[in-house]
Write a protein that binds this ligand. Structure first.
Ligand code: FAD
Length: 279
């Protein structure tokens, strides 16, 4: 019997300032040495920096020769913008995207947000399938998306998105593996059979957990809350305890033969390298 191999991948983001790019390239190069199956690069929804996502994704794909996934969002894109972005991706040799709806940026009115041309990620997937030959991944939520009325409802929409042409999924971060296993069971029962990469966010500061939880809606198990209470005041102890928590989560996921581990690297090379050396 062949043993199932759990994949490894990272998420990076384009720096906010142009002068920070050299450093970001160095970090991504170091991440590349950890032998990931792919590296994905985020996109700021509604922003004007789509080109930066392409620049970083192109570096990953063409300089490091590692598969790159460029994130794209519905929010802030007209049909024309989207086609231009797809053409730019093609010119840059990038053939894989993470098709997302995106959230309303602070600078965008509710009216603008609600009048977007592609409403759900699935609409974007339909367009990409019809007009490009890009490979398409999508996002999923082990604890349900914050707007969905139930996990069952969210999963039904996820099935529509997968059926529209998504070939793999990357999950929102979660801190309690039980949610991921429950989600996998329910997704499987609905016939969602594409590979699902488990999103892991190492929490290395107390402040980061607050921001992360408010953005992702992921629940915090008592064990992680206790770690913050015990080590939150001490920078290095907190970093070590956060790494240890992430490593234990990953080891357990690997024992459960999940398809892939997707580490939200936050462009932190030291933390990511340490985690990878322990798994
Ligand atoms: P969708 O799949 O469209 O789902 C959004 C909501 O709509 C869900 O509640 C779903 O149940 C519901 N829904 C879907 N279809 C229907 C329907 N037909 N009728 C009624 N309801 C429906 N954001 C960024 O801006 N940039 C990034 O780079 C980025 N990267 C991300 C990477 C990952 C791995 C993840 C998990 C999220 C990322 N996000 C990013 C955040 C994402 O944009 C938000 O979570 C957004 O709110 C939802 O995006 P989605 O693609 O999952 O949306």
């Amino acid at each position: 019997m062949t043993k199932h191999k759990t994949g490894l991948s990272f998420e990076v983001f384009p720096p906010k300032k142009d002068e920070e790019f050299d450093n970001a390239y160095q970090i991504i190069q170091e991440l590349g040495k950890l032998n990931p199956d792919f590296i994905s690069c985020t996109y700021g929804a509604g922003g004007s920096r789509a080109g930066k996502t392409i620049e970083i994704s192109s570096f990953i794909q063409n300089t490091l020769h590692i598969d790159s996934i460029a994130h794209i969002t519905c929010v802030g894109f007209t049909r024309e913008d989207l086609q231009r972005n797809c053409d730019a991706l093609k010119d840059a040799g990038i053939n894989h995207v993470l098709a997302l709806r995106g959230d309303r940026p602070q600078t965008m009115s509710d009216e603008q947000f609600n009048n977007r041309e592609f409403y759900y990620a699935a609409d974007l997937v339909h367009y990409l399938k019809e007009h490009t030959d890009l490979q398409i991944s999508g996002a999923c939520y082990p604890e349900k998306h914050f707007e969905a009325s139930s996990l069952e409802d969210d999963l039904r929409h996820l099935k529509e998105k997968v059926d529209a042409g998504v070939s793999s999924l990357i999950s929102q971060m979660f801190f309690d593996n039980a949610y991921f296993y429950r989600f996998m069971d329910k997704a499987g029962a609905l016939g969602i059979n594409v590979p699902i990469h488990a999103g892991i966010m190492p929490i290395t500061t107390a402040k980061q957990l607050g921001t992360t939880v408010s953005l992702s809606g992921s629940s915090v198990p008592k064990e992680l809350a206790d770690i913050i209470a015990t080590y939150g005041e001490d920078k290095e102890d907190m970093r070590k305890a956060g790494i240890d928590y992430a490593v234990r989560q990953i080891r357990d996921l690997k024992e459960h033969c999940v398809d892939g581990i997707h580490i939200y690297s936050m462009n932190k090379i030291k933390t990511t390298t340490e985690i990878c050396s322990m798994i």
